[in-house]
Design a protein around this ligand. Structure first.
Ligand code: CA
Length: 224
């Protein structure tokens, strides 16, 4: 990820500064906008590789800004929301958002997701289409080439979390935390059985090897 330009739309000075610092350390250029109304005019003369978009903004909110961006561009967008419930609700709308991050977030995780999304969006033309899993957030379906499999919301959430940070090892606790919807009823053992089911379903897509690897004594990771 060399020299790519990330637009940070965030009105909280401290958060924007931390994001800028971490993204710069990852050799990404950044530009910051604090007002929702200033995004579209800026986009008329600049072409960012990815946009981090805060939901609650002065001027237009993140949802409206996102809709406007989508009329003119398919730049990858990561929406930053204040709460998980917000992300959950927003994911139901067809906003054309590529990923969601909830505050408070770890800047490292943001950089990892930005990197993953940049690779994914570049890879769309480079990699053979048959090697890519495509996730449909509205229907919880995952496709590979012309094969599709329906996942439960919980399985989709797990796959989404693991895929969002390829190679990163997630402990069972972290996975539980990500699939907060069923938080109360999930324990270590059910994580394992959900992973098992998820692997089986992904297997029907014709993958040679499951991308979901277990890491003994720790948890799971997504291996692209
Ligand atoms: Ca805000």
């Amino acid at each position: 990820m060399n020299d790519q330009l990330i637009l940070i739309v965030e009105d909280e000075e401290k958060i924007a500064a931390v994001l800028q610092e971490y993204l710069s350390a990852a050799h990404l250029r950044t530009h910051r906008i604090a007002d929702g109304n200033a995004v579209l005019p800026w986009l008329h003369s600049h072409k960012p590789d990815l946009i981090l978009l805060d939901l609650m903004l002065p001027g237009s909110d993140g949802m409206s800004v996102c809709r406007e961006i989508r009329k003119i561009s398919d730049v990858p967008i990561i929406m930053i929301t204040a709460r998980r419930e917000e992300r959950d609700r927003l994911a139901g709308f067809d906003l054309g958002v590529d990923d969601y991050i909830c505050k408070p977030f770890s800047p490292k995780e943001v950089v990892a997701r930005v990197g993953a999304l940049l690779r994914r969006s570049k890879g769309e033309t480079r990699a053979a289409p048959t090697t890519r899993l495509v996730m449909d957030r509205r229907t919880y379906r995952v496709s590979l080439g012309d094969r599709t499999v329906a996942l439960t919301a919980l399985e989709f959430g797990m796959l989404d979390a693991l895929m969002g940070s390829p190679g990163r090892i997630f402990t069972r606790d972290e996975i539980m935390d990500r699939i907060y919807r069923d938080f109360r009823i999930v324990n270590d053992r059910t994580i394992d059985s959900h992973i098992k089911k998820l692997r089986r379903k992904l297997g029907t897509l014709g993958l040679d090897e499951s991308p979901l690897r277990s890491v003994y004594g720790v948890g799971y990771k997504f291996d692209a």
